[in-house]
Design a protein around this ligand. Structure first.
Ligand SMILES: Nc1ncnc2c1ncn2[C@@H]1O[C@H](COP(=O)(O)OP(=O)(O)O)[C@@H](O)[C@H]1O
Ligand SMILES: [Mg+2]
Length: 220
């Protein structure tokens, strides 16, 4: 698919498949188009060219929307159970972690979400809440689409990465943020080496041409 906003190409002929239970992270600088690509994948935004096929039973939940209802000055757990690790729900004492798990991903909810979208959820969350969220996502039996600048959190959650490589180019890498960096650096090194070799070849050709009899000066 391809998506442009005015002169700006956000997604340039990108093809990808998101399977049930995939945990995919989107990386790229601000304004690269991560949110736009998320919306395209979810069918909320139409591509200019190409098409997106979305499963019919998609139930999408946005983590931001849940966070917006909570007091972000406190940790998620503190908001729910101030000063204690335990909450009482319908007369039953529950650990706050287990309660949060129910709250986010309860199977008894009428339409449990099967796709969870977290678009920069980590900016306002403290470390205990991030760790809690990490645990919940590891056990989550659904698809996760994540944008986060928190590398550790990102690495612990995602299985593969859709990376913005400039000018609307996107590429898929297996692994997390660190794997993406290693693979990207490796491919950049290979590209640089190839460029150096071809420049060397070009210089050699120029030199041998200029060294022909009749040449007015020698090449350096
Ligand atoms: N509805 C829109 N109309 C015009 N331009 C948009 C719209 N949505 C996003 N953009 C532009 O597209 C680019 C990518 O935006 P976005 O997907 O929000 O990036 P990211 O999430 O990676 O920060 C930005 O330059 C943004 O200003
Ligand atoms: Mg965004």
């Amino acid at each position: 698919m391809t998506k442009c906003f005015g002169e700006c190409t956000i997604v340039d002929r990108y093809t990808a498949t998101v399977m049930r239970c995939d945990k995919i992270g989107l990386v790229g600088p601000n304004g690269a188009g991560k949110t736009t690509l998320l919306k395209l994948i979810l069918g909320e935004l139409q591509p200019d060219d190409g098409r997106v096929r979305v499963s019919t039973n998609l139930q999408v939940a946005y983590f931001d929307q849940m966070c917006a209802q909570l007091d972000l000055d406190k940790s998620l757990a503190d908001t729910i159970s101030p000063g204690s690790e335990w909450v009482e729900v319908n007369g039953v004492k529950k650990h706050v972690m287990s309660y949060l798990g129910d709250f986010l991903f309860a199977p008894e909810r009428v339409r449990p979400a099967n796709v969870l979208v977290l678009d920069e959820p980590t900016n306002d969350l403290d470390i205990p809440t991030l760790e809690l969220l990490e645990e919940l996502l590891a056990d989550y039996d659904g698809t996760v689409l994540l944008v986060s600048h928190d590398r550790a959190f990102f690495d612990n959650v995602v299985m593969s990465v859709f990376a913005a490589e400039g000018g609307g180019a996107w590429r898929e890498y297996v692994g997390g943020f660190s794997d993406w960096q290693i693979q990207r650096e490796r491919s950049e090194r290979i590209a640089e080496e190839a460029a150096r070799q071809s420049a060397r070849k070009r210089r050699k050709t120029t030199r041998s041409r200029k060294a022909r009899p009749g040449a007015t000066c020698s090449a350096r």
